[in-house]
Design a protein around this ligand. Sequence first.
Ligand SMILES: Cc1ncc(COP(=O)(O)O)c(C=O)c1O
Length: 386
Amino acid sequence: MTAPAVSAAVQVPMNDLSLQHATIREQMDTALAEVVASCGFILGPRVAAFEEAFARYCGVDHCVGVSNGTDALVLTLRALGVGAGDEVITTPYTFGATAEAICQVGARPVFVDVEDRQLCLDPSLVEAAITARTKVIMPVHIYGHPADMTPLLATAGVHNIDVVEDAAQAQGARRGAATSGSMGRAGCFSFYPGKNLGAYGDAGGITTNDQALAQRLRSLRNHGMPLSGPKFHYDLLGHNNRMDGIQGAVLEVKLPYLEDWNESRRRIADRYREQLGDVGDLQLPTEAEDARHVYHLFTIRTQQRDGLAAHLRAAGVSSAVMYPLPLHLTDAYAFLGHAEGSFPVSEQACREILSIPIFPELADDLVDHVSEQVRAFFGTSARGRS
Ligand SMILES: Cc1ncc(COP(=O)(O)O)c(C=O)c1O
């Protein structure tokens, strides 16, 4: 059987949040109406309920709901006492927020290149970057694939350094039995609307098994006020980084669906893999043996990236380059003094990567259409599917 015919005018977006909303509309309307009726707009019971549920989901004792993923990183570094004169090891192959958060607390990002398979921080290069000033190693679970945590944790342990996971793109990803956000001293999540678990606005969360750290984070997110005792007494120099009640309610409604949504993403990834396994110079995303990738993005690689992107655009298929430059080659990080060639694996990936549509509600015929268009670009005929 051939793939179902898709109209010539078909458009395939990178994501369509309205499709997901339609599947949970009634539940969501009820939850949102309850927040409005109770006027629990900032923190409150819905945020607390989500925090508890997400902590349980990640297999940790605590989750602290905050305003967004960037603030989750900043607050965590601050709560760990990272500041001026300190260094934080991370990857230049990430969204700007990772390194921005390090700079926001006054510390210096120390970039270490990624490995060539899943494009996460290369554990074999970390040791050489550690100095007396290193306070934290911050791997990024890029695209939803968890970094190779075992060797990173071992290196950190030897040097008595904390590991903070940037799990912004990796809700529900696992390495062995461990869920992202449960492997380091803390895990930082973004619940930006397009994430695998997305709010209806900005939101973020920090997971940890460290009770004292969780308490400090709860105080820091709310202007440094103590968790109990008289109001308007300030123990710490804090921030306004609280999660909204509405976002807590949205995330609480959505969390029970996350496993199914991640499974749908994994099924779509398999379908792409079946159809694109032998096409041109294409490299498809791979999964480490003990990893459960949750495909926040399905990112392919080819030396003809720009041509492929143009071909897809003309065929109504969206795609995205995330990210066109490793951070060390962007103007904001020029002060670190790196140049082309400093992190060759990241640099080459940035020249070759292209993310193609993946989201739980993406229909099979559209997945097949994307694959056909990719194959057409490389001059390979579409494959029949049974
Ligand atoms: C790897 C990474 N870290 C941090 C963030 C920051 O999250 P937010 O946009 O919620 O501030 C993002 C957001 O996309 C991200 O992808």
